[in-house]
Design a binder for this molecule. Structure first.
Ligand code: F3S
Length: 527
């Protein structure tokens, strides 16, 4: 077999079938379908024959999750035979020069992603990454098949059709999301499913009403669900998509009620809690990134050993980050099973008995097919863990206030009982409080939910808040008794969720509690 001829022949056939406008160069490629579970012996032989030709990829090419954690496969309950076959698949890919990333989030979260810029053409075969790349990063990729992305890696080319062309990136329907803004991966996943089920007209939905502060986890969940349930390879949303207009286009309009999504997720929890106590809990579809790992580690920081089987799937690039590495170490010490290189859908089922839960709409669709287990969806990790007794002795308190800047965020609470000034009170480069009179002096507000009564000091504070957001040192959200103009303007400019006029008094929130802000609703898990 001549690999290059085969690759270019197949791409040519695809190009003719799609009436493409010739071929274009791609910056990188991402291959999928590489779990031995899907490939079987024929697929394995095909890859080994291809690798035996000595052909190597011409553009950087990364790999999707395979069927096992390459080091901890025994802990995963993988058989010797499966592990040996998967190792042969991986060896064939690596012989062709494909990077051993084994991650579905690597294309947009991994080390190569910082070099990508809007308008770059890529050939990715992971559908959730395709939607994320087209929509959030402004890249151009069709939803490649596993082999076509491999052939693009070998040739450095892809047929120029579909999402590579301007005319196919225009919105096809206007989706209006009515308040409240969905929160958490489940609600964003349910939203994606609802939109995707509109079918062809949702080829490029313009989604209006999502606010400005979606978390990466929420965008990943939306992208994954859109691709799982419909033909959508791209969405457009103001403040999220570089190509989205700020004003909604005049198109057929479909309204989705945020309350319905909320209700659906509540129902899911009620069902799960009233049924059999869940024994296994699957997190990480798409694979968890640093932000999500740190969140779970903080949430379980006071738990000595978890009671149920909690499986988290993540990536090597998330573990190469110091915060991600520390979070994973602490989770493993508590008995959480954290695996890399693989995922809940593409690895054989681990053995456990009892109910199964997940926060991923995508894995709830694929797991029954791949593993004959039907997981229950759960709304938020906190609510599940409280309901299932994992966070025994903790209390979930809900505060309600007025959202000045709507949005969702989570983080550890940091509480100042005195008014704060951003100018002169906080070092913007580090996020550390420097105000001599503040009880928080020396503590960092970076990534935390900052609670304080009201503002003080210079009006320049608005710019400081904006600059902190740009530098990555700002709080994740701000909760105040009464927001002052300086903080309001700063948060509006920076897109930092801000809630005030809160009931009960927000200063009752204890420092160190885990706080989730979703518009005007604040969920606090005491530590
Ligand atoms: Fe990723 Fe596997 Fe889900 S590839 S998106 S974790 S099904």
């Amino acid at each position: 077999m001549k690999a290059y001829e085969l690759a270019s022949g197949v791409l040519r056939a695809l190009s003719e079938a799609k009436e493409a406008r010739g071929m274009i160069s791609v910056v990188n490629a991402h291959v999928s379908g590489i779990s031995y579970m899907n490939l079987g012996d024929y697929g394995l032989e095909f890859l080994e024959d291809l690798a035996a030709t000595g052909e190597r990829v011409r553009v950087p090419t990364s790999s999707n999750p395979c069927g096992m954690d390459r080091e901890l496969w025994r802990e995963q309950g993988i058989s010797e035979d499966f592990a040996a076959k998967q190792a042969r698949v991986n060896a064939a890919l690596e012989k062709m020069g494909i990077a051993p990333t084994y991650s579905c989030t690597f294309p947009y979260e991994g080390q190569w992603s910082s070099k990508l810029k809007p308008g770059d053409h890529v050939a990715w075969a992971e559908s959730s990454a395709v939607v994320y790349g087209n929509s959030v990063l402004g890249l151009r990729s069709n939803r490649e098949g596993g082999p076509s992305a491999l052939f693009s890696g070998i040739t450095g080319l892809t047929p120029n059709y579909g999402m590579h062309l301007d005319e196919n990136r225009k919105p096809t329907v206007l989706i209006k999301v009515e308040q409240p803004i969905p929160r958490g991966p489940l609600e964003w996943g349910l939203l994606g499913k609802k939109i995707a089920e509109l079918g062809e007209k949702a080829k490029v939905p313009y989604i209006y009403g999502l606010g400005r502060t979606a978390t990466k986890g929420e965008l990943k969940a939306l992208s994954a669900a859109l691709a799982t349930f419909g033909p959508t390879d791209m969405f457009l949303a103001p403040y999220i998509s570089p190509e989205a207009s700020k004003e909604p286009p005049k198109l057929e309009e479909v309204t989705i009620d945020g309350r319905e999504l909320e209700e659906q997720s509540r129902e899911a929890l009620d069902k799960a809690v009233s049924g059999e106590t869940p024994k296994a809990f699957f997190l990480g579809c798409p694979q968890y990134g640093v932000e999500e790992l740190v969140y779970i580690a903080r949430l379980l920081s006071d738990v000595k050993k978890v009671k149920g089987d909690i499986f988290i799937y993540t990536s090597r690039h998330a573990l190469s980050d110091q915060a991600g590495f520390q979070a994973v170490n602490s989770l493993r010490e508590k008995g959480v099973k954290v695996f890399r290189d693989t995922c809940p859908v593409f690895s054989p089922a681990p053995s456990f008995s009892g109910g199964v839960m997940t926060d991923s709409v995508k894995s709830s669709f694929y797991m029954p097919q791949s593993k004959s287990i039907r997981p229950t969806l759960e709304p938020t990790v906190v609510s599940f863990m409280l309901a299932s007794g994992e966070l025994e002795g903790k209390r979930l308190t809900t505060y309600v206030g007025k959202a000045v800047v709507a949005g969702t965020a989570f983080g550890e609470a940091i509480v100042s009982y005195k008014p704060l000034s951003f100018l002169g009170g906080i070092n913007p480069s580090t996020g550390i409080v420097i105000d001599e009179e503040s009880e928080l002096k020396g503590e960092s507000v970076k990534g935390k939910v900052l609670v304080y009564p009201t503002g003080k000091g210079s009006t320049v504070g608005s710019y400081i808040i904006y600059a902190m957001k740009k530098m990555g040192t700002s709080p994740a959200a701000i909760i105040m008794r009464e927001a002052d103009t300086v903080t309001i303007i700063g948060c509006v400019l920076a897109g930092i969720p801000l809630v005030h006029r809160v009931n009960p008094d927000p200063l009752e929130i204890k420092a160190g509690s885990m706080v989730r802000v979703a518009d005007g609703t604040i969920e606090v898990t005491d530590r």
